[in-house]
Design a protein around this ligand. Sequence first.
Ligand code: SAM
Ligand code: SF4
Ligand code: SF4
Length: 334
Amino acid sequence: MGRVKQVLRPEDIESIELGLINKCVLDCRLCLRQESITDNLEKDVAINIKDLFIFMDQLPNLKQVDLVGSISEPTLHKQFYDIIKYIKGRGLNIRLSTNGNTFSLRWWENLGKLMDEHDIVRFAVDGSTQEIHSKYRVNGKLSKVLDCHTAFKKTSKSITVLQNILFIYNIDDQENIRELFMKENFDICEFTHTGGFDFEGTPSLIDDNILPVKDLLSNYNKLTANNKYDMNLDCNAFLGKYIYLNHLGCVLPCDDMEETTFRDVDDNITIYNNTVDELFKHVNSIISKRSFCKTCVECCGQMHHDIREEYPIMQYNRRGESAALYKFREVIPL
Ligand SMILES: C[S@@+](CC[C@H](N)C(=O)[O-])C[C@H]1O[C@@H](n2cnc3c(N)ncnc32)[C@H](O)[C@@H]1O
Ligand code: SF4
Ligand code: SF4
């Protein structure tokens, strides 16, 4: 039997991820912001919310909005509250990932009032002490993250996640993290392995052990050696009925495709200059291909599934129950 042709229409879309802005207050060691491909981007470009809402109005079956992105801190968008109000006004669920290093405690209390129990917010911690936290989250302040979370939680019923990315340098910190989790008022403690990393490592990353844990790296090498690249893969965006909209106004199947919009910015197909039909034609030109690119193979190919099965997302709730999770952005029962 032939494969189903992978095509998305506006009415198919159930989730959208938004990369709202091109700005951050931290310099995390493996963030895409560190790559030279982002150097030619103008600083402080933010999505225009009028055009954003016009575009989103044309997605009638949306259920969820992920406020994440690959090169920015979403809360820094100047009209962040307006964006949240629009999303909640449509009854959609929010998945927000934040470095929690922004704004006053009052700002976080006010944000808490706008979000509800259907929403999930991840606060990036990555270390139980200031020293461990800022080794990856350069310029980050652990006490600030915890205070912003407490302020948010004071006024919000949203589910909050203490998020940790595992590297060699913090692999032995997990017990301390779980103690910190119990001390603070988070609902879920989450551990994921670093992804999209530089397997060689630069000298400074090697010096600081900002590297995937050893067995992950050797297993990856084994899997790469054994796996034939499957170019006939299923696209996660198609299967999950989602799209990604970045700060330049470009619509893509996923944030892994974001770099393609950084090269010739003036040639981009955007919500500012193009119709919805043209935007979806562009998305479909990527996902309906018979042969996918290297990024697709890495993000959605068999090797990715094998790695994720061996190194899943681990979550703990406050009752001490734990489970391995396959789906990013969700949580186990509280
Ligand atoms: C680029 S960030 C944007 C959102 C926000 N600025 C933040 O850091 O939470 C998107 C997601 O990637 C995660 N992330 C950062 N470095 C990572 C790494 N090396 N491996 C896996 N995820 C990473 C962040 O924690 C966040 O959940
Ligand atoms: S906080 Fe998020 S966007 Fe900012 S540098 Fe770190 S990973 Fe990148
Ligand atoms: S990486 Fe490629 S295959 Fe995977 S979701 Fe994105 S476009 Fe689809």
